[in-house]
Design a protein around this ligand. Structure first.
Ligand code: NAD
Length: 261
């Protein structure tokens, strides 16, 4: 069997892709030849400029579509507006850290909506398109926290465990189609979502930024290194290759050994 990663002719929709892992995945899929649809809930010149940069450098078609992944209707409309969706990457995510008794209900609702329910809504619209096209990949960005837990991240951990379950169910519902669905589980990657946690953790433990990174974050990651958005992009691209045809309903950890402990 030829091992190929040529995604020309495919369209990839990546939710939450104006920064971080989603943007890294968008670049990687575009470099493999896929047309890409980027997304977030904002609609700035910068958002559209990111798509333009990808198109200019790779030669694919790259568009930015505003859609708020906390809203079911926006999730569904994003896929409809994309017009085609061969590769769906459910990546949008937010985080909030607080003990359960004081965890704000609106934060719980937003995290479940953006990190979990959005993937259900986009997948519901994308699967018929994939069946019609005769090929498809659903890639859900979960987390090491989709397989393990930590205190004070109840909503995030519930959502990430939920998206692992949704990935398995999607895989079983598409098992006889030429469609696969898997969850990628990153450990720590130094993106905005992690940067936002650093100041509070510095205060909580009375540590410097370097100490928080070394003694709190990377302490959990046996490699003692952050994974990179390029490595996540490579993992998503691999799942879209022919080598990924029989990989479905599973989780792929990119976590420097976190979940092996
Ligand atoms: P990030 O903050 O850079 O990216 C989050 C993305 O989601 C951004 O593009 C943001 O605009 C988008 N987003 C937020 N709310 C949205 C909404 N309502 N509608 C549409 N888009 C919205 O952080 P990241 O690390 O790139 O996170 C991407 C995914 O990776 C998330 O699902 C996150 O949980 C997951 N993840 C990250 C890490 C890590 O260490 N960085 C580890 C495991 C999993």
């Amino acid at each position: 069997m030829a091992y190929s990663i040529d995604l020309s002719g495919k369209t990839a929709v990546i939710t939450g892709s104006n920064s971080g892992i989603g943007l890294g995945i968008a670049w990687a899929l575009a470099r493999a030849g896929a047309d890409v649809v980027l997304n977030s809930f904002t609609d700035s010149d910068e958002d559209h400029a990111i798509a333009k940069d990808i198109a200019t450098e790779t030669g694919v078609t790259a568009r930015y579509i505003k859609a708020d992944m906390s809203k079911a209707e926006d999730c569904r409309q994003l896929i409809t507006d994309a017009g085609r969706c061969d590769i769906l990457v459910n990546n949008a995510g937010i985080q909030h850290v607080a003990p359960i008794p004081s965890f704000p209900t609106e934060k719980w609702d937003a995290i479940i909506a953006i990190n979990l329910s959005s993937a259900f809504h986009t997948t519901a619209v994308a699967l018929p398109m994939m069946r019609e096209a005769g090929w498809g990949r659903v890639i859900n960005v979960a987390s090491a926290h989709g397989l393990t837990a930590s205190p004070y991240k109840s909503a995030y951990i519930a959502a990430k465990h939920g998206i692992v379950g949704l990935s398995k169910t999607t895989a079983l519902e598409t098992a006889e189609d030429p469609i696969t669905c898997n969850a990628i589980c990153p450990g720590y990657v130094l993106t905005d979502i992690v940067e936002k946690q650093i100041p509070d953790t510095m205060k909580e433990y009375d540590m410097s930024r370097e100490e928080v990174i070394k003694n709190v974050m990377l302490k959990r990651q046996p490699s003692k290194e952050f994974a990179t958005v390029e490595q996540l992009g490579g993992t998503a691209t691999f799942l879209c290759s022919e080598a990924g045809d029989q990989i479905t309903g599973t989780t792929i950890s990119v976590d420097g050994g976190w979940t092996a402990l």
